[in-house]
Design a protein around this ligand. Structure first.
Ligand code: NAP
Ligand code: MG
Length: 510
């Protein structure tokens, strides 16, 4: 390779993307190795029961707009039945069981998730639209890892919080969103069960199916009946859980708007609450960063899972001197992202989860254009059916623009410049949210200087969107409170260590 060619590679001088786009032979993952039921009932007291409401709703594949299965719609009476089953299981079995025995069940669930991993990955992709390589390599392994991690804690709780007794809280009501359906269920169930609580869980309306398989797994693992109850439905079902008087703890992951409503609903009640809410993370790139590596991190940070990630790096703060270079590289890189069939193993960007979400993305992108920001969009050919959105980024974005402030929750990045580290800190923190941030620089001292000043629960350095069952995750400001993952994730499920204050001081002490 000549010096000139090398310079071209390292500096990334832009060549024109191939006219026909990047073609790969289709490589679809098989769907004939499992069979879904045409209709799912509610999972209450260890059994599948018909809803009192008598109502069912379809869950569709957002990549094809076809119905995959019907799911029961739980009303307040159904939720009440589930809470009663959970209460009975709590008193009669689960809170009395030796912690090491509880741990064995949680290990069993983890292993069964691994055994059914291929099926879970395909169903997650069919129901939610995310690329199979993500559900296969990220969602399912992380979900199993979460159960393994907390299974190990079950008989060591006395050591987790020195000087405190490890007592469970009681019945937990858990409400989760559609962006990581199985993984969010794992984040909620694993610590709750390990600590000796019983659960009523509600998956999101558009992605209930992996939770249904999880219910089958609970049966296969012979988990005592009523320890885990899964009720499907929409927002009203979630509200019925939040409002139920015999629930001791609410764990919610979802939008900040609904989180605020929940906090108001539980104010003055006995219920404890943890909220994992929205985000508007900044990926901050300094001129001294390894730029090509940063480009990959930015791509991973916002186009991964179609930007349906609460901690997505949806704002790119770039040092002014490398702005043009970075924009050229990004322009070229988004052109190479393969958008389309989520079941195809080559697909990078799959389907938007629902029509409603697609319309929200379209509305905010149109707003960005109307505010005078320059739009850069991949020319990828989108499938004619299903909900798809091409990878997009905006330059010329000011902090006051809606696309710099509001969570778009789609594959859309807003690029903003800065000149000094102080300015980067100020701009990064200038949102209502505080879930995550990324820092790209080759100076470790700069990483620490910046990280200390970030009002964000997670700060990644020279990487982005890395998760591990052992590390706590959660928000600052309107991104919520409470931590999930690691030792800190036990606190919200223990009576004596479970307050927000202890979880927070614990995290800060680490
Ligand atoms: P959402 O509309 O707030 O819904 C979340 C869950 O709450 C769903 O199961 C939903 O049911 C249910 N729900 C809706 N209204 C309710 C109410 N009044 N009372 C109780 N439950 C109610 O959020 P989403 O649009 O599904 O999810 C995207 C949001 O989640 C984004 O803001 C994202 O940032 C956030 N998120 C945060 C984290 C984190 O860890 N911080 C992780 C993932 C996602 P239906 O969907 O069935 O209507
Ligand atoms: Mg669906």
């Amino acid at each position: 390779m000549t010096t000139k060619e090398l310079a071209t590679t390292v500096q990334g001088t832009i060549s024109k993307p191939p006219k026909k786009g990047w073609l790969y032979a289709p490589s679809p993952e098989g769907t004939d190795h499992f069979r879904l039921k045409p209709r799912y009932e509610l999972f209450v007291g260890g059994k599948w029961v018909e809803p009192q409401s008598g109502k069912y709703f379809p869950t569709i594949n957002p990549a094809t707009e076809t119905v995959i299965a019907e799911v029961a719609e739980a009303n307040a009476e159904d939720v009440d039945r589930a809470v009663k089953a959970a209460r009975k299981a709590y008193h009669k079995v689960w809170s009395k069981m030796k912690p090491a025995e509880r741990g064995k069940y949680v290990y069993r669930i983890a292993r069964r998730i691994q055994e059914r991993a291929r099926e879970l990955a395909v169903v997650e992709t069919l129901d939610g639209g995310k690329p199979i390589k993500e559900s296969r390599d990220v969602d399912v392994p992380l979900a199993a890892a979460h159960f393994f991690h907390y299974a190990g804690w079950a008989d060591k709780l006395e050591y987790a919080f020195a000087g405190r007794r490890a007592r469970p809280i009681g019945v937990a009501g858990q409400v989760i969103p559609w962006n990581f359906p199985l993984l969010m269920a794992a984040w909620k169930l694993a610590p709750a069960l390990a600590c000796g609580n019983t659960v009523v869980l509600k998956p999101a309306e558009t992605t209930p199916l992996t939770a249904m398989i999880l219910a089958e797994i609970m049966q296969e693992c012979e988990l005592p009946e009523g320890v885990v109850n899964i009720v499907t439905g929409a927002g009203a079902t979630g509200a019925a859980i939040v409002d139920h008087p015999d629930i001791d703890k609410i764990a919610f992951t979802g939008s900040t708007g609904v989180g605020k409503r929940i906090q108001r609903a539980v104010a003055g009640t006995k219920k404890r609450v943890t909220l994992e809410l929205g985000g508007k993370a900044a990926n901050i790139v300094f001129a001294d960063a390894a730029i090509d590596q940063a480009v990959e991190g930015i791509i991973n940070g916002i186009y991964f899972n179609q930007g349906h990630v609460c901690c997505a790096g949806s704002r790119l703060l770039v040092e002014e001197s490398v702005h043009d270079l970075l924009v050229r590289k990004l322009t070229r890189r988004i052109e190479t992202l393969r958008v389309g069939d989520p079941l195809d193993k080559n697909t990078d960007v799959g389907a938007i989860n629902s029509k409603m979400q697609l319309e929200k993305i379209q509305e905010l992108v149109a707003h960005g254009v109307s505010e005078g920001c320059q739009i850069h969009q991949s020319r990828a050919q989108l499938p004619s059916r299903g909900y798809f959105f091409a990878p997009t980024f905006f330059t010329g974005v000011a902090q006051s623009h809606r696309i710099a402030q509001e969570e778009i929750f789609g594959p859309v990045l807003s690029v903003i410049t800065f000149r000094t580290p102080d300015e980067a800190v100020e701009k990064a923190n200038n949102t209502q949210y505080g879930l995550s941030a990324g820092i790209w620089t080759d100076k470790a001292a700069k990483v620490f200087w910046m990280a200390k000043r970030m009002r964000a629960g997670v700060v990644w350095a020279n990487t982005f969107n890395k998760f591990d069952a052992t590390s706590p995750f959660g928000g600052f400001k309107e991104s919520g409170f409470g931590r999930e993952g690691g030792r800190a994730g036990l606190a919200p499920y223990l009576a004596d260590a479970g307050s927000f204050a202890s979880a927070r001081s614990f995290v800060e002490a680490e």
